[in-house]
Design a protein around this ligand. Structure first.
Ligand code: C2G
Length: 129
C-alpha cells in the first residue's frame, strides 16, 4: 500500500483541485487529504465560502480521495506523515520548496498547478457579473 498525503482548503471545488487530487492518487493507492479547518483558514487569511463540514462532504465524494483529516495548524505535517504511514507528500508547485523538511520522513513531490483557475478567480469573476 503506497499512501499519499496532501493539504488544502478546497473551497468552491474546481477542476484545478480535481487535477491535483487525480495526479496525487495516481502516485500510489491511498490518498489522504488534510483539509484546512475554518479556524486554520482564518490563520491562513483565507475565508472559505463553504465551511469545513461541507468541504469535507464534497471531498469524501471524490473517487480519488480515501480519507479526509482536519488541518488545524502549520505544525502537524510530520505527525500526520508518521501517524498515517505516508510514503509521499504531494502539493501543487505554488508550494515548491516549502516542505523540504518532510524529506526526512517521506518523499515530497510538487505537481504543476492547473493554469487559469482558482477559487479567488471564481469569486472575482462571479462578483463582476
Ligand atoms: N491547486 C492546483 N491548481 C489550481 C489551484 C489549486 O493544483 N489551479 C492545488 C494547490 O496547489 C493545492 C491544492 O490544489 O495543492 C489545494 O489548493 P488550496 O485549497 O488553495 O490549498 P492551500 O490554501 O494552498 O492550502 O498546509 C498547506 C495548505 O493548507 C495548502
Amino acid at each position: 500500500m503506497k499512501k499519499i498525503l496532501t493539504y488544502g482548503t478546497y473551497d468552491l471545488l474546481h477542476y484545478g483541485h480535481i487535477n491535483l487530487l487525480k495526479r496525487a492518487k495516481e502516485l500510489g493507492n491511498h490518498l489522504t487529504v488534510a483539509l484546512s479547518s475554518d479556524e486554520f483558514n482564518a490563520i491562513k487569511n483565507k475565508k472559505s465560502y463553504q465551511n469545513y463540514e461541507n468541504r469535507k462532504l464534497i471531498l469524501e465524494a471524490i473517487r480519488y480521495v480515501d480519507k479526509v483529516i482536519p488541518e488545524n495548524n502549520w505544525d502537524q505535517k510530520i505527525r500526520d506523515v508518521l501517524e498515517n504511514n505516508i510514503d509521499i507528500f504531494v502539493m501543487g508547485d505554488d508550494w515548491e520548496g516549502k516542505f523540504e523538511f518532510l524529506k526526512d520522513y517521506c518523499q515530497v513531490i510538487y505537481l504543476p498547478r492547473t493554469a487559469g483557475i482558482s477559487t479567488t478567480k471564481i469569486k472575482r469573476d462571479l462578483f463582476a457579473v
